[in-house]
Write a protein that binds this ligand. Structure first.
Ligand code: A2P
Length: 276
């Protein structure tokens, strides 16, 4: 029986709900709290669970009424990894995250069977560089795409831009700044080909402001040492709030770039960062 403060139902009941709804049950193997509002966790990957890097899937818990409470979450781990990783906000009165934030190793979650999404490298035309631009937990799918060998076959340069309000919210900063460079698999591959571009909109940081403003003002291009012509050879992935996505699409479509799909690849793809 796991019923800490009545938050989680019994293991047996999650199994019953999963069976009835055609969902997986996945056991939590790691939890990391970045701040009071942000955390990440990993679950064991069911053997038959397949996805493409950049996709999202429904995950959830059994609600007090015995029904599943499910939300869409981007997979933050690449498709080849043995575990599945998720990056989440904690919302005090959020139907799911108010409970999800109390997960501990050994707990179980419900996991959907049909990952899907638009942030696919194969929805992008070939190009010189892949620029992934996200806010908040919109970073998650980029952590997956960044570590997929397919991405490196297609693009010579990769940029991950992450904008948050306060610098403590730059989750995965140490990983993106340092650890990935010494990573057994990707260290060598990424050394001179990867740029991490964090920006902070409130409080102290060495690079301040919304990424949308930095792009419009030419600061982003200057920082990366790119000529204006680099627009034509760049491909973009966008993931953040609705307002952010809209602003980015306005900028990119203003440059004459078009949105891609798997059947009609283009120069950018967009996905909303779901749980907020
Ligand atoms: P700001 O502090 O200026 O609102 P949120 O936590 O609200 O989702 O925001 C995450 C980050 O995204 C914040 O740094 C925020 O900047 C920024 N942001 C929010 N809306 C937009 C937008 N429309 N365009 C660019 N950046 C945005």
């Amino acid at each position: 029986m796991r019923a800490r403060k009545g938050r989680l139902l019994t293991d047996q009941s999650i199994e019953t709900v999963a069976q009835a709804k055609g969902l997986y049950v996945a056991r939590v193997t790691w939890v990391h709290h970045w701040t009071a509002e942000l955390f990440s966790f990993r679950v064991e990957r069911p053997q038959s669970f397949r996805f493409q890097s950049g996709e999202f899937v429904m995950i959830g818990l059994v609600g007090p009424d015995g029904r599943p409470v499910m939300r869409a979450y981007s997979l933050a781990s690449p498709a080849w990894e043995e575990h599945l990783e998720f990056f989440s906000v904690k919302v005090a009165d959020g139907a799911l995250t108010s409970r999800l934030q109390h997960l501990e190793v050994g707990d179980s979650i419900l996991l959907g069977r049909k990952p899907t999404g638009t942030l696919m490298v194969d929805a992008l035309e070939p190009g010189e560089r892949l620029i992934m631009v996200g806010t908040g937990t919109g970073l998650a799918p980029f952590l997956s795409v960044l570590r997929d060998p397919d991405t490196h076959e297609r693009f010579a340069h990769i940029v991950v831009s992450h904008t948050v309000r306060h610098q403590q919210e730059l989750a995965y900063r140490a990983f993106l700044e340092e650890e990935i460079r010494t990573d057994e698999i990707f260290g060598e591959l990424l050394r001179d080909r990867f740029t991490y571009y964090p920006t902070v909109t409130r409080g102290e940081f060495h690079r301040k402001g919304r990424i949308t403003d930095r792009i419009r003002e030419g600061l982003f291009r200057d920082d990366l040492g790119l000529a204006i012509e680099a627009r034509a050879t760049s491909r973009f992935m966008i993931c953040g709030s609705i307002a952010f996505n809209k602003e980015m699409v306005d900028i990119l479509s203003g440059w004459g770039l078009t949105e891609g799909t798997r059947s009609h690849p283009g120069q950018y793809v967009v996905e909303r960062a779901f749980v907020s």
